[in-house]
Design a binder for this molecule. Sequence first.
Ligand SMILES: [Zn+2]
Length: 326
Amino acid sequence: MEARSGCEKGMPRLDLHCHLDGSLSQRFFEKTLGREVKLAELQVEPDCRNLAEYLAKFALPFEGIQSAENLKLAGYDFMRSAKADALDYVEVRFAPVSSCMEGLDVRTVIESVLAGIRRGEEEFGVACGVIVCAMRNHSEEQNRNMLRVAREFLGEGVCAADLAGDEALYPMRQFTELFREVKRMGMPFTLHAGECGDAENIAEAVECGASRIGHGVAMSGRADVMELCRDRRIGIEMCPTSNIQTRAVADFSVYPMREFLDNGLLVTLNTDNRTISGTTLAREIRTARERCGITDEDVARMMRNAVEVSFAPDELKHELLGRFEG
Ligand SMILES: [Zn+2]
């Protein structure tokens, strides 16, 4: 266990941007596939600098989460990893429709993942909220139906919605209407924007009602978009290791974490894909300090930001905030 390295003792640790399929352990795959699985099959090379290589690693997880039993195991497995990373609260996201390739329906997918997560929450004492991802490459009807089913689980395990997938190919404006409907349904949401797409996607996501932005690195140097996010108190979910591996950002020397903090943005620090990226929150904290000019005070500020912008119930937020003083 990488216990609390890089964090003040007692300070709550949160990870708000973490994909279930990219974060399943080697143990999960060995159990569900019934064979030995090498880490190299699951994880990109430490020096991965290529989006294609990164995306290829999702093939095995995709196959691994097509049955109700495996989805329960996946939820439980994820919570064990969260505990090993000494997290207090985590938000995990997945695309329910992507687990409907072998006959499952969206409701069964969501119920199965939630069952595994609940078991893990009880056993490991880590609190968790589930974010359901609409996918840019899925049909509008698939996304709309999924979100309507997921809405029934809001406050019962599901905490928010998201939009994931290729942002360069499918710009934000194609999904504005869908997320206006999500807003009308009373469901909060974060949106992947400004990862491999441009800063306009971020502005459009905010105008559409997103309370958080996944990645957002494309607003580096864009004072107008940063001002919009600061004024609306939008949470920025930054994932340094993943962003370098997929070439969303060329190098750590130009990684905009310091810039965003200095511009008063509500920056949070996250893992994205624990297994595929070969990372943990402890590692991200270390990387941020060593490569992004981040201090201990910045780390504390980012954890505090994470509590503020999390989709956790108010009671839990109060409890987590109280621990900063303790
Ligand atoms: Zn992501």
